[in-house]
Design a protein around this ligand. Structure first.
Ligand code: ZN
Length: 89
């Protein structure tokens, strides 16, 4: 098992309608799978997602840490601004 630190979601990165999984208890990861990596909060090191495969840790997987409220995303994903609604025709 490898521990991977996540990163904080950058300002403006999360779409308005984007969902974020909220961790309810600091001692219970939001996701638990059968993969090889544990993903921990960038700020406090809390375990947010246990046993995950990297291919599951997409942009859709964002977790708000129960302990420090940081919204985390996989550190392997580059910072990317959320798409803005197209204006005009
Ligand atoms: Zn945290």
């Amino acid at each position: 098992m490898t521990v991977r630190k996540m990163r904080a979601v950058a300002a403006g990165e999360v779409p308005v309608d984007g969902g974020t999984a909220v961790q309810e208890r600091a001692d219970r990861p939001v996701f638990r799978g059968n993969g090889e990596h544990d993903y921990v909060c960038v700020s406090c090191g809390s375990l947010l997602a246990a046993g995950m495969d990297p291919q599951y840790m997409t942009r859709r997987v964002r977790v708000r840490c129960a302990r420090c409220r940081t919204v985390n995303i996989s550190a392997e994903l580059p910072v990317q601004a959320a798409r803005r609604p197209r204006r005009g025709a």
